[in-house]
Design a protein around this ligand. Sequence first.
Ligand SMILES: Cc1ncc(C[n+]2csc(CCOP(=O)(O)OP(=O)(O)O)c2C)c(N)n1
Length: 375
Amino acid sequence: MNCEDLWNIFRKNDITFFTGVPDSTFKSWMSFLNDMHGEGLTNIIACNECEAIAAAAGFHLASGKLGVAYMQNAGEGKIVNPITSLADPEVYSIPLLLLIGWRGEPGKSDEPQHKKMGRVTLPILETLEIPYRILPEDIDEAASVIAEMKKTALDNHAPAAIIIKKGTMEKYEARKECKTSYEMSREDAIKAIIDCLDGSEAIVSTTGKASRELFEYRVAKGDTPRDFYTVGSMGCCASIALGIALQKPDKKVFVFDGDGAVIMQMGALATTGHYKPKNFYHIVFDNQSYDSTGGQPTISDTINFEQVAVACGYVSAKTVETKEQLMSALDLMKVAEGPSMLIIKVNKGARKDLGRPTTTPIENKEAFMAFLEKD
Ligand SMILES: Cc1ncc(C[n+]2csc(CCOP(=O)(O)OP(=O)(O)O)c2C)c(N)n1
C-alpha cells in the first residue's frame, strides 16, 4: 500500500494526530508522517510508546477526536500500563487507535528478540480486551477496516488496534531526510574505540545496528565476541551496565548507546548519576536518528546530552565530532572516574552488507558471563 493512499483514508476519517516510536515494519509510513508534519497532520516523535499513548490521550481530551499511537509490537509490551490505567473504560475511557507493526509473526522468520512478542501480539490485545484488525493490503479493504476501527474506538470510548504486517507498505522516499555531515560513521567510531581500549573492559551495546557492527568488528579482528549485545529491550543497555558496574566495581564497564535508546529511557541517567559507579563509561553514538529502523529522526538535535548527564550526577560529560577529538576524549576517559559520558556525533547510515550476530543470545550471555568472571 502506498503512503499517500493510506493518508487519504485517515484524512477522510478526520484522523490527523499521530505519535509514536518508529518500527521497520512500516518505516515508509513513519517517514511519510515526518514529511507531512505541519501539512495537514501532526506527528509527535515520542520518546517511548507509553508517551505516545499519553499524548494521544491528551489530544483526545483537548479535541474530543481520535489520535493514533504507532509502534513496533515491542512497544505493545510497554503500553500495557497506560492502556489499562489511563485509556481503559474502567478508568478514563479514552478512545485511541493503535497502529502496531508485527515483527516475529508466527510462521515467518525473524530475529530471536521478536519471536515471543510476535507470538503474543494478538493474545495480549485479546487479554487487554482491545478489538483489533489486520490492515489489508487492498486499499478499499483497508479503508473499511480503518473506518470500522475508528467507529469501534469511538463507540466503546476505548482503544482499538490495527496490526500492520511486514511488507504491507510500499517504499517511500523521504523528503525531509535527516541529514548529518560529520567525519565519522557509527561504525568508524566503534572501531576506533575498540582499538583504543585495552580489552579488559566489559561492553554492553545497544539494540540495533551498533551491536551488529561491534559484533562484526570482533569477528573481523579475530576476537571472540564477548560483549553483551542487547538485541532487544531498547533503551535498557545502560541499566544493564549499571547493574554490572555496581556488582563489579573493579571492572570498567562501557555502554555503547544510541541517541534514540537514551531518549527512550532517559531516567536511567538519573539512576546512574545517583548511584555514581566510578567504573561506568557511557558512550552515546548520536546520529540524530533511529537508524536501525529506517533513519527516522529522533529529537536529539534539541537535546544537550552533556548537560543532562551532568545535571543527573555524572561526574563528567563531553561531546566530540572528529576522530582526533574522540581519541583525546578516550584517553582522558580511560583514566577518569565515572560515571562519565562521551557523546559522539556521527553520520546516520550503515553498510548495506551488515550482518547480525551469528551466536545465539544465550551463547552471547554465557560468553559475556565467562568474560566477567575472569577477574
Ligand atoms: C520498545 C521498542 N520500541 C521500538 C523498537 C524498534 N527499534 C529497534 S532499534 C530502534 C532504533 C534505535 O535508535 P538509536 O538508539 O538512536 O540507535 P541507531 O539505530 O540510530 O544506532 C528502534 C526504534 C524496539 N526494539 N523496542
